[in-house]
Structures are given as C-alpha cells and as structure tokens.
Design a protein around this ligand. Structure first.
Ligand SMILES: [Zn+2]
Length: 531
C-alpha cells in the first residue's frame, strides 16, 4: 500500500497537517469463538491498514475486550472501554486523540440513548472516533456534526435490533408463536389484571372498563382523584393512586407486550423488544403516547405540586406579563387572588416601577377574558374526527415505510460483512442513503404524531361555548376549561399602562386576535371584531 503524506479530506477538518494523531484502538469480540477466528483477524487487518494509510497516526494503546459482550452494555461497566472513558474523564489521555473502532456496534450493542450518550461524551471531550468499517470520522472539531449523530444513532439502533426487522413481528397468533420460538422460550401467559387468558387467547375482562375510564380521566385529574372517582363508580375492584399510575404507563393498554430475552451470556434481561398487538387493546397506540405526554407534563416541576386550589385558575399557564415573565397566582388575606409578575418580584420586570411589583386582580382578568372568549366561535375550529382518521391513515403509511427501510438497512448491514472491498464502498453509501431516508421518515412520523395528539386533545376537551358558564361553577369544570384553552393555544399578554390601566393581548394558535384596553371604568376591544 502506498504511503500518503497528506491527510484525507475527512481528517483535514479535524487534524492539522504534520500533527501526530494519538491513537487508542479498541477491539471487542463478543464470544470466545470469535476471538480465535475471523473476527479478530478482520479487525486486526483493518487496524494495520489504517496505520499504513495514515503515517501521522501513532498507536498509543490498544484496548481489547475479549469475550465480553457488548450486548446490554456489559462492556461499558466492566470492560476496557469503561476504563478508557474513565481516563478521558480524568484527562489522562494525550491531546489530539483518536479512538479507533471497527464500528459503533463494537462499542456497544445496548443501543438507544445510553450508548449514544457514551459516544457523544467521548466526542465531547475532544477525543475523535474513527470507525474502520465505513471510514467515518466523528469529531467535535467538525463544523457540522448533526448528520454524524443521527447516523451513529441509526447504527446503534440497528445493532441492538439485530437483523430482525419489525415487519416480521406481525400481530397474529402465528407470528406470536414465531417470536416465541425465536426467543427460545415461552412467551408468558401472564397478563395484566384487565386481561384474561381463556381458551388459548387473551381477552379483555371485567376490569377493562375501569382501565378505559383511567385513560379518559387522566386528562382532567391526577392519579389520586382518578382512583377516588373510580371507587365511586361501579367497578368490580377498588383502585389506589399507585395502581392508576402504573396502569397508565403500561404498554399493554394499547396491546403491546414488552418481551424479555436472554442475552449472549444467558442472562435474562429486559431488552424492551416490543410485540405490538399481542394483547387486546383498550386504547390506540397514539392515544397511549398522548397520555404519556400528559403524564410527563405533570411531572414537570413547573406544573407539579399544584393543589386543587390552583386548578380553579382557568387561565393557569396562559397569562404572561409583557416583560415575558409568567404570573404567579397569589392569594391575598382578604380572599382576593392576585396575579403577580414573577420577574417584578425580583426587580427584573421592565414594566414595574422600581421596588414595586406588577399585580393584577385575577378575578378581573378572568371576567374580561370570559366576556371576550365566550364570543369567539371556538366550536368552528375544533377539528372533526374525520380529520384525525385521515392523519392516522397517513401515519400508518409512514410507519409501514419505516419498517421497509429498516429492513433494507438490516439487509445492507448483513451483506456488508461478507462483501469485497469495492462492494463495501457501495453498500456503505447505500447505508448512508437509507439512514438519511429513515431519518426523514422518522421526522415526518414525529410531526404527524404531534399533530394527531394535539387534534385528539382538542376533540377531547371540546367545550360547547354555551357550557362555559355552567362549567365555571365546579372545580372539575374549571379544569376542563383550562385544558380546552391550552388545546386551543390561547395566550394572554398583559401590558401595564398606568395605575389601573392595562391592555390584554389575546392570541389564539400563535395568531394575535385582538387587544383589549382596560381602564378602571371598563374595557373595550380595539378591533372589536368579536364583540
Ligand atoms: Zn413583568
């Protein structure tokens, strides 16, 4: 092989000409058999070829993990790579460092974000990574690393999913047996309490109704209130808040089974392999994701710990000071409640007089808003179920395309190992292409999911305008109004003018609707389109 003096293009971004590259190479073999044979030889050959090609590269150390499986990240905890990462952290590696690996699935097959995080942490600490199998250089010194990161992730995902594509996991009983066989074990007949196993199949039982109720109620109340509500209703069993919480997080509610599987070392570990349509579903998958979003939102410290009292604020999370700050809901001793600009309490609101807070009486703001919003024809803009159905169909099509692309990617990877050098170039290019297409599809899918979710939310919290005043009387009703306003992306911005004079800007779905001028004597809409 001819010795090259100049660095190839990928390296020019990252390493200066004439500069020594300090190489740490990392070889991993997943089994003893592999360490004696083809795998080792291939990796060593690739290493040697690299050093021939890049004379500026100097091997500093070689790490080897023999017989330690990368599956489930075991080599991260116990292997040489863990030591390497520790040494990076304690800054014991030389500058201008390059970690040389065969491929990312050699670093870890645990896949997903944990492995991605590890790889990124190596790159972030200014150690570049070079993957021999596809001749790619990953480095924070590169100008644009977004493509790299999505590619890394795709590769990790593929490695974790092995060659088995999702399309093979079809939902019927035949496929279930197939999966069962492939896992080399029994898929359990055990099922969640709302499902029974009778006459050789899973069926929803008498508890399913309560589970369905939970999925409806969770948009309006917390776990504790849900359990109370359920226990008031006529269900065959009593519920606690913790049961409710657990059930709402269970993939089984949309029919999925998360399979457990033995790893290469014979340890039974959860790999979160999902078998869809394994159980009869109580709700759809998209409904499940929407609920998950809602529950996540609850865990948000900004929204956590709100008491029943605070739910009475129908404008919760919707009102902002012109300075950009949120308002705090501040109960006064005289039973009035004030909205206080948070920034003004720490001297950060530019609309406040020095040393003064920006305060508005909550009841006044609510009154003005309601007088106004009751005339906005919200019912006209609430999407119909047909629209959601059309989008869901689109979503299914994209999901199908994703499965096809993933299968294509898996095929390319399996061909890659057995192919000649020239063929490898082509296949690697194809892998790049397919990865890119897959990325685009996943982005589309994500966007569609969000769209479908928000439409569901709008339908679910649909409020007949005539109902508004009736709803205002009860706490539950007020929560519903608040949900509805959120689903409609209502936003109110208050601009202080002078003492007791201010204006309210009302936005709907990011569009400015009108400005309401408020004086001590009354209020009027500037455009007056709706009043
Ligand atoms: Zn302010």
């Amino acid at each position: 092989m001819s010795v090259k003096n100049t660095l190839p293009r990928a390296f020019a971004d990252v390493f200066q000409n004439g500069e020594t590259i300090n190489v740490y190479s990392y070889i991993r073999f997943s089994s003893k058999a592999q360490s004696l044979g083809f795998g080792e030889v291939r990796q060593l050959e690739q290493l040697n070829r690299f050093f021939e090609q890049y004379p500026l590269a100097r091997q500093v150390e070689r790490y080897e993990d023999l017989g330690v499986s990368a599956f489930k990240g075991k080599n991260l905890k116990s292997g040489q790579l863990a030591k390497f990462v520790e040494r990076i952290k304690s800054k014991e590696i030389l500058p201008n460092a390059l970690l040389l690996v065969e491929s990312f699935d050699r670093i870890s097959r645990m896949g997903g974000y944990d492995a991605l995080e590890l790889i990124i942490s190596i790159i972030q600490s200014d150690c570049s990574i070079y993957t021999l199998f596809d001749n790619r250089l990953y480095s924070k010194r590169k100008k644009d690393s977004s493509v790299d990161i999505s590619l890394i992730q795709n590769i990790l995902e593929r490695a974790n999913d092995e060659s088995k594509s999702k399309s093979e996991r079809i939902s019927d009983a035949k496929a279930r047996n197939l999966t069962k066989g492939e896992n080399g074990g029994i898929i359990t007949k055990r099922c969640p309490f709302w499902i029974s196993f009778t006459d050789g199949k899973f069926v929803l039982n008498e508890h399913a109704k309560a589970v369905k109720r939970m999925t409806e109620l969770c948009f309006e109340m917390g776990f504790q209130s849900i359990s109370k509500e359920l226990n008031k209703e006529d269900h065959p069993k009593k519920y606690t808040d913790s049961t409710v919480g657990k059930v709402l997080h269970k993939h089984a509610i949309y029919g999925s089974f998360l399979a457990m599987k033995n790893d290469e070392n014979g340890n039974r570990t959860i790999v979160n392999k999902e078998i869809k349509n394994y159980y009869p579903s109580v709700i759809s998958e998209s409904e499940f994701h929407r609920i998950s979003e809602k529950l996540k939102e609850r865990q948000d410290p900004k929204l956590a710990g709100r008491k029943a009292e605070e739910f009475k604020n129908i404008l919760r999370g919707l009102v902002f000071c012109k300075c950009g700050s949120t308002f705090r809901y501040h109960a006064q001793k005289n039973y009035y409640v004030d909205l206080v600009c948070h920034a003004s309490t720490v001297g950060q609101c530019k609309y406040a007089m020095p040393g003064k807070g920006i305060r508005h009486r909550y009841a006044r703001i609510e009154e003005i808003f309601l007088a106004y919003q009751s005339l906005i024809p919200f019912h006209k803009i609430i999407v119909k179920n047909e629209d959601i159905k059309a989008l869901e169909k689109e979503h299914q099509e994209i999901a199908g395309q994703i499965i096809i692309k993933e299968k294509a990617l898996a095929n390319n990877f399996s061909i890659l190992e057995k192919s000649s050098d020239s063929a490898q170039k082509y296949i690697t290019n194809r892998i790049d292409e397919v990865s890119q297409e897959l990325d685009n599809l996943k982005t589309d899918e994500h966007k569609l999911n969000l769209k479908i979710s928000s439409m569901h939310l709008a339908t679910k919290s649909d409020v007949n305008v005539m109902e508004v005043y009736r709803l205002l009387i009860t706490e539950k009703g007020r929560i519903r109004i608040n949900n509805f306003l959120h689903s409609q992306k209502i936003k109110i911005v208050i601009t202080p003018v002078k003492k007791k004079f201010f204006s309210l800007d009302i936005y709907h779905d990011d569009k400015h609707i009108d400005t309401i001028e408020v004086t001590p004597d009354g209020y009027f809409a500037r455009r007056g389109l709706h009043i």
